[in-house]
Design a protein around this ligand. Structure first.
Ligand SMILES: NC(=O)c1ccc[n+]([C@@H]2O[C@H](COP(=O)([O-])OP(=O)(O)OC[C@H]3O[C@@H](n4cnc5c(N)ncnc54)[C@H](O)[C@@H]3O)[C@@H](O)[C@H]2O)c1
Length: 249
């Protein structure tokens, strides 16, 4: 097992069809004890229970600093360490530039970008004490190509911000043995796209992807397990594209 006895925190991990839960499941299968954080409405305790009694589910809104810190404290109380943070929580909105309101901007930027900063700040002191850790941040192909398929420009901006934050944290914390990397998923079939694309549209998109299909949640989970584990021990500040070749650059 790649992650025996490691402790992993996954934000936005409670949705059974989402990238966070698929990753939590694969982290657990590789021996990690997993702490699933999510909004109360998504029931993180039930998601953790699905993985087994050695895992923990906590309510934490990543846009709220106190809740992020409380989640890190509860993780340390239960397991004594934090080895892995998967900053996965994110929301999207289909908007054109001229239609983005101030509250749209706040909502989208707060979850992806502020949330990534706040949760990283919450776990970094423990990782510094341990002189090691791996943080994986979720950007998007949308940041790289100037718009994905569903998210508006504010979503692209949030996810581009995640790349800058990831690289800067990688540089700052590398000397302490803490690696920080980003993944850039392409179009992955989860609830985030549910009901937003017709089957015909999905087929048309798949035809333009070299691997000829949309992504699956486990495609992302595998990439995150790689970045979380010692298999990637000399990788920091990287952007790992997981997009089936949708964007080759
Ligand atoms: N699915 C895709 O095609 C795709 C592509 C590129 C990037 N991404 C990114 O991957 C991540 C996961 O996406 P997904 O497709 O699994 O989405 P999803 O909507 O299925 O899951 C997102 C999860 O985040 C949680 N969440 C939302 N706001 C939160 C908050 N404030 N605090 C804590 N949790 C919160 C939700 O409750 C949900 O469980 C997101 O950051 C998304 O932007 C997804």
């Amino acid at each position: 097992m790649l992650l025996k006895d490691r402790v992993a925190v996954v934000t936005g991990g409670a949705g059974f069809n989402g990238l966070g839960f698929a990753t939590a499941r694969m982290l657990a299968a590789q021996g990690a004890r997993v702490v699933i954080l999510d909004l109360a409405s998504s029931n993180p305790a039930a998601a953790a229970a699905e993985l087994g009694p050695q895992h923990l589910g906590l309510v934490a809104d990543v846009t709220n600093q106190e809740q992020c810190e409380a989640a890190a404290r509860a993780t340390l109380e239960r397991y004594g360490r934090i080895d892995i943070l998967f900053n996965n929580a994110g929301i999207t909105q289909a908007r054109k530039t001229l239609d983005i309101s101030a509250s749209d901007y706040d909502a989208v930027l707060d979850v992806s970008l502020r949330g990534t900063l706040l949760m990283s700040q919450a776990v970094l002191p423990a990782m510094q004490q341990q002189q090691g850790g791996s943080i994986i941040c979720t950007s998007s192909v949308s940041a790289q190509r100037g718009g994905g398929i569903l998210g508006g420009p504010h979503y692209s901006a949030a996810k581009a911000g995640v790349l800058g934050l990831t690289r800067a944290m990688a540089r700052e914390f590398g000397p302490q043995g803490i690696r920080v990397n980003a993944i850039t998923p392409g179009l992955i079939a989860t609830d985030i796209i549910k009901g937003k694309l017709t089957e015909d549209r999905k087929d048309a998109i798949a035809q333009d992807i070299p691997l000829a299909r949309l992504g699956r949640a486990d495609d992302i989970a595998g990439a995150v397990v790689f970045l979380a584990s010692d298999l990637s021990s000399y990788c920091t500040g990287i952007t790992l594209d997981v997009n089936g070749g949708m964007l080759i650059h």
